[in-house]
Design a binder for this molecule. Structure first.
Ligand code: FUB
Length: 328
């Protein structure tokens, strides 16, 4: 049973989506995708999500439901990225040694998604891109978890995110291949980052979500991974949350370490208005918050999304209460 939770549209001035949220030195920063009306027709590859820059937002007060939001402006532009093709999708930012590292997926000039890194001296940017994409990177939707001095890079998304084109970190000669319905679902990937934060320190590994009997969720399971990885820690456990894409839920699974496996634990958010659903979870001022998006303000145009926030509640056993995605 989903609970109704009061929500706030964070930034009605512009269309933004895919919020990655971090609290640094007591201040909350939001790293979203920046939607716009490109006029590109909708298709199954997501061509209509043709974003060309990133903005950073910050919360200028203690309460995500009421505090003013500051827009730091255009902090990274496609035209300044030497290898650019198209489509700047969901990014994330990590902090190490006083520098801020933005990781972003973008299609290169051969229309293959890679990840780039851009570096800033402060969390509000501007971010200066590296000249080349990360070695061995592929697909979309990044989340970076800092844990015990290491940084873990989670990524991947199927369909338009191209993850089905890879096995064992290599592009398939056969192009896209989806598992049969009773085979394990295509997993997200995770790799520890190098000490300079610019490359993978190891080959990416599968992020396996298993059921209560330890079996991987199958390709036909409505709760299988699709895109939008996010990892946070709660009471010493690792919570891997993600979008089920064409099933339109945000779900989560719980593990004992950053690599998993993660045991499926339930739904966090039921479907919202709009095809995509994407989120992050963060603790701020003693409460937990779910940042996400929907397409209500654009009248359901799924490529023009608006940022939202609401409180998130745990049960005493560490499970998360499911929130209703639609508002009255
Ligand atoms: O914003 C473009 C894509 O839509 C993201 O990468 C996906 O997670 C979905 O939200």
């Amino acid at each position: 049973m989903a609970i109704k939770e009061k929500k706030r549209y964070l930034f009605p001035e512009d269309y933004m989506a895919d919020p990655s949220v971090h609290v640094w030195d007591g201040k909350l920063f939001i790293y979203p995708s920046h939607d716009w009306e490109s006029g590109i027709p909708e298709d199954d590859f997501g061509s209509h999500f043709d974003m060309k820059d990133y903005h950073v937002l910050s919360l200028e007060g203690p309460d995500p439901m009421t505090s003013p939001i500051k827009d730091w402006g255009n902090v990274l532009d496609k035209k300044d990225i030497l290898w650019h093709g198209r489509q700047l999708w969901d990014c994330d930012v990590a902090r190490k040694g006083g520098k801020y590292y933005m990781y972003f997926p973008m299609k290169d000039q051969t229309d293959i998604f890679r990840f780039g890194v851009a570096i800033a001296d402060n969390p509000g940017g501007p971010f200066i891109p590296q000249p080349k994409p990360m070695n061995g990177s592929y697909s979309i939707d990044v989340c970076v978890l800092e844990d015990n001095g290491e940084y873990y890079f989670y990524f991947g998304g199927i369909w338009g995110g191209q993850l089905q084109r890879y096995r064992d970190n290599k592009a398939l000669d056969t192009g896209s291949t989806f598992p049969a319905d009773d085979e394990p679902a295509i997993p997200a990937r995770v790799a520890r980052l190098s000490s300079d934060m610019l490359e993978f320190a190891e080959a990416p590994r599968p992020v396996v979500v298993v059921d209560k009997d330890g079996k991987p969720l199958t390709s036909a399971d409505p709760h299988r991974f699709f895109e939008a990885s996010w990892v946070h820690k709660y009471n010493g456990k690792y919570y891997f949350s993600y979008s089920t894409g064409d099933k339109h839920h945000i779900c989560y699974a719980i593990g004992d370490n950053p690599y998993g496996p993660f045991t499926y634990a339930g739904e966090i958010l039921t479907p919202v208005v709009g095809w995509t659903t994407h989120h992050s979870i963060v603790e701020y001022n003693g409460k937990w918050w779910l940042f996400h998006h929907d397409s209500v303000p654009s009248g359901g145009r799924t490529w023009l999304r608006s940022l939202k926030v609401c409180e998130l509640h745990y049960n005493p056993d560490g499970t998360i209460q499911t929130i209703e995605g639609l508002d009255d």
